[in-house]
Design a protein around this ligand. Structure first.
Ligand code: UDP
Ligand code: MG
Length: 318
């Protein structure tokens, strides 16, 4: 029997990219028609333009295509998660829908998978993004490598192939604040990189404004590391040490030169401000973890599906 490969495309306001994307994928898959069965899953993540209509038109014509339509926008990571939950392939390929991830590279991912790898991630050799995006990505991956307790390969996005057993493992991770590439690295198995050159976005503009980039960075760091908490206690120890010296100084001043005590005003206010700032920062870090615990405790569904157009069997997942 032929193996089955699933493609997952998260879609948010991609109306001007959908036709070109589908056309290129369709053409590409023709070349491997003899070897594999294919499934194409579009997850419409609450698009406000007519992306859904475009997807439905494609779905009507092509029985390999399924459309999962979210009730609202849940974000890229959850759109991909839904795709993984519903995919039935022996291997699943995750790609962006704006043509930044060149479709033909996906065939190289499949070839590597056939060599026995469970995770084949596409690793950017070059990318056509703004200086700002490159710089922030560089800092983020540097930080992640230093603080996270797992090894996340640098210069990788979510463009990758994962084998069925990895999909099943990830399917058991139901955390709400998701950093998929971290979860995939965490799952282990045999992983390998395929280098590629990332293209420019075809039409429209990025849906990852700085706010979303910070959220993803937070999910990577707070979701995979205790380091911020450890850092807090380290700062606490250092500050206690500094305070101890300060206290001795103040007492000594009082004993040996009582008239000079009032000179300590600058020192006192600086100390109060410094400690106040550190305390607020510390509370922020604690708050971040508590907020995450709160979301998990509520245990709401990860995403809400409004409609599904296809004939896939629907697994019983949240
Ligand atoms: N996307 C999504 N939901 C969102 C934002 C983005 O499904 O809330 C999709 C988007 O349609 C695209 C992919 O995620 O297919 C990557 O988004 P984008 O190109 O905006 O990010 P960038 O490449 O700039 O990091
Ligand atoms: Mg993009």
């Amino acid at each position: 029997m032929k193996k089955k490969i699933s493609y997952i495309f998260p879609i948010y306001n991609e109306t001007d990219n959908i036709d070109l994307l589908y056309k290129s994928i369709h053409k590409l898959l023709l070349t491997r028609k003899k070897d594999y069965n294919f499934e194409i899953i579009f997850v419409n993540d609450g698009s406000k333009d007519d992306s859904l209509e475009k997807l439905m038109a494609i779905q009507q014509k092509d029985s390999r295509v399924s459309v999962i339509n979210f009730a609202r926008n849940f974000g890229h990571q959850l759109a991909v998660t839904a795709g993984l939950d519903y995919a039935t392939g022996d291997a699943v390929i995750i790609m962006d829908s704006d043509m930044q991830d060149p479709p033909k590279v996906s065939l190289e991912l499949i070839d590597k998978w056939e060599e026995g790898y469970d995770v084949v991630y596409a690793q950017r050799r070059t990318r056509q993004d703004s200086m700002f995006k490159k710089l922030t990505a560089y800092i983020f991956y540097w930080l992640l490598r230093r603080v996270a307790e797992i090894d996340i390969p640098p210069n990788t996005g979510d463009f990758r192939l994962v084998s069925r057993r990895v999909v099943d493992v990830i399917g058991q991770f139901r955390e709400h604040n998701r950093f998929l590439r971290g979860m995939i690295s965490y799952s282990g198995f045999r992983q390998v990189a395929v280098p590629f050159d990332r293209d420019k976005r075809h039409a429209g503009k990025s849906h990852y404004p700085i706010k979303n980039m910070l959220k993803l960075a937070g999910d990577g760091i707070f979701g995979f590391s205790w380091s911020p908490l450890k850092l807090i206690s380290r700062v606490g120890y250092i500050m206690s040490g500094v305070s101890f010296v300060g206290i001795i100084y103040v007492i000594a001043l009082k004993l040996f030169d009582p008239s000079a005590a009032v000179h300590g005003w600058t020192f006192a206010s600086a100390a109060v401000l410094l400690i106040g700032g550190i305390q607020l920062m510390t509370l922020g870090v604690l708050g971040n973890y508590i907020g995450r615990i709160y979301t998990e405790a509520q245990n709401r569904p990860l995403y809400i599906v409004e409609s599904i157009a296809n004939s896939l069997d629907i697994p019983d997942k949240k």
